[in-house]
Design a protein around this ligand. Structure first.
Ligand code: NAD
Length: 470
């Protein structure tokens, strides 16, 4: 596929030259990607602004047909999407094809909200009527991350568009093709020019230009907490709302009455899926001291199965040098602060790429930075606890709250724990489950607002109260 932006319904090239997209598998150059200048961002926002009245006023069923045609085109192009995105992300093509099917369904799901955007009648008297209608905001900036380039694109764009907004999508520069293809397919499905615009560029340039543009009415960003704070500061100056899906440091609590084998299996598979480069990956396993030895041994045995060429327990590449150096830094710290249980080393491999063993440390308590900060790589911390209260304190003793898991056979203990966990999602006796109906996000530095389900619609709509007199 020839790389290009979509601005005002047309394929365009960036006006700031191009940048190389690098393969995580072997660090080869995959292709050159046009680079957006500030002027390109302005063009995209202007196009979205011009398209807004038409899109807002278009009939619901007409819009639904466009959504359904878009979803069908994604299904029809699943292989092409999978080839492009898997090369850029360093994941298996089949996995991306599965995600492409999922996002097509997500578009169909949000098509339902287009015609169910009901308001409220607050009063209907002899001399007046008082109603509330939900209106779109205008131009939305959507900024998905490299580790979820197509799913996060649709997580943001589908509800924003279903609410009647227009969108400027800034795709992640490290994995840009997926979002650009999705925008191109929207044009092919018949979306009017300017309704969904997409471009790629460097964060501090195109990203800041988009975030700070006064005609952008909301910024929906997924990325790290430090970048989220920079963006939120800019938005605060303009009283601009944000949706922020940021980091995680997700714990699994294993109580002494848990089904230990299940807890081990799900903790390890969640920790090392996509090399831990997932916002809600398990990063801390909190274990009751009475079962610590059994859990540590079980985790070590399970982790040893990971290998480069193992289809069932694969080790893939770390995404880029930034991730690799962060992992190296935290692994070195873990060796100082804790006991190495498994892994701990770089994997030397012919043919380039950055590969690292799945790594597990046992700590005496949670004072190490390895137990506190988001690493976003294949590093798991095991921390013992001696009481339910201590388990909950440790679980909450981080700056994030995206997801938490609890394993116990005692329902009362489960309920009490769930109520006290500072987490947007809690899994009990299961882990790492997802569904497009559920809300996604969390408190503290994990962000602001929720995506998925009906909850994703809320930020993209604003209430208007109308009094109608005689
Ligand atoms: P990052 O914050 O380093 O970068 C994200 C994007 O922000 C990049 O595309 C970059 O170009 C852009 N950017 C950088 N500076 C900017 C600026 N000043 N203005 C505007 N944009 C700017 O994050 P990352 O390392 O690419 O992604 C990993 C992070 O994403 C992790 O913290 C992970 O937890 C988080 N994440 C969260 C979720 C969730 O649902 N909560 C999902 C996926 C990823």
């Amino acid at each position: 596929m020839k790389q290009h932006f979509i601005i005002d319904g047309k394929k365009t090239q960036g006006s700031k030259g191009s940048f190389d997209v690098i393969s995580p598998r072997d660090q080869s150059i995959l292709h050159a990607m046009p680079n957006a200048s500030e002027a390109d961002v302005l063009d995209a926002v202007e196009a979205a602004q011009r398209a807004f009245p038409l899109w807002r006023n278009m009939g619901g069923v007409e819009k639904q047909k466009l959504f359904l045609a878009w979803a069908d085109l994604i299904d029809a192009n699943r292989d092409m999407i999978a080839a492009e995105v898997s090369a850029e992300m360093g994941v298996l093509k089949d996995d991306v094809a599965g995600t492409a099917a999922y996002i097509a369904d997500m578009i169909r799901y949000y098509a339902g909200f287009i015609v169910t955007n009901y308001g409220d009648v607050l009063s209907f008297e002899d001399d007046h009527m008082n109603v509330v209608v939900n209106e779109p905001l205008g131009v939305i900036a959507a900024m998905p991350p490299w580790n979820s380039p197509i799913e996060s694109t649709i997580q943001k764009c589908a509800p924003a568009l279903a609410a009647g907004n227009t969108v400027v999508l800034r795709v992640p520069e490290e994995a840009p093709s997926g979002g650009l293809i999705l925008a191109q397919l929207a044009v092919e499905a018949g979306f009017p020019a300017g309704v969904l615009n997409a471009l790629a560029g460097m964060g501090p340039e195109s990203g800041e230009a988009l975030v700070g543009h006064p005609k952008v009415r909301l910024v929906s960003f997924t990325g790290s907490a430090p970048t989220g704070r920079i963006i939120a500061r800019t938005c605060a100056e303009q009283m601009k709302p944000v949706v922020m899906e940021l980091g995680g440091k997700s714990p699994v609590i294993i109580f002494d009455d848990a089904r230990i084998a299940d807890a081990i299996e799900s903790s390890v598979s969640s920790a090392f899926c996509f090399q831990g480069q997932i916002c809600c990956a398990t990063t801390r396993v909190l274990v009751h001291e009475s079962i610590l030895d059994e859990v540590v041994k079980g985790i070590a045995e399970r982790v040893e199965r990971y290998a480069l060429d193992n289809e069932e327990f694969p080790i893939g590449p770390l995404f880029n040098d930034k991730v690799f150096h962060t992992v190296e830094k935290f692994v070195a710290q873990g060796k100082k602060d804790g006991t190495l249980v498994a892994g701990g080393g770089v994997i030397e491999r012919d043919g380039g790429g950055r590969y690292h063993q799945p790594t597990v440390f046992l700590f005496k308590d949670d004072s190490s930075v390895v137990c506190k900060e988001e690493i976003f790589g294949p590093v798991l911390a095991i921390i013992p606890f001696s009481s339910d209260e201590e388990a909950i304190t440790i679980a909450n003793n981080v700056d994030y709250g995206l997801a938490a898991t609890v394993y116990s056979e005692n329902r009362q203990r489960i309920f009490k724990t769930i109520r006290q966990l500072e987490s947007g999602t809690v899994w009990a006796n299961c882990n790492f489950k997802f569904n497009m109906h559920m809300p996604w996000g969390g408190p503290k530095s994990t962000g602001i607002g929720r995506e998925f389900g009906k909850y994703a619609m809320k930020p993209y709509l604003q209430e208007k109260n109308i009094w109608i007199g005689n």
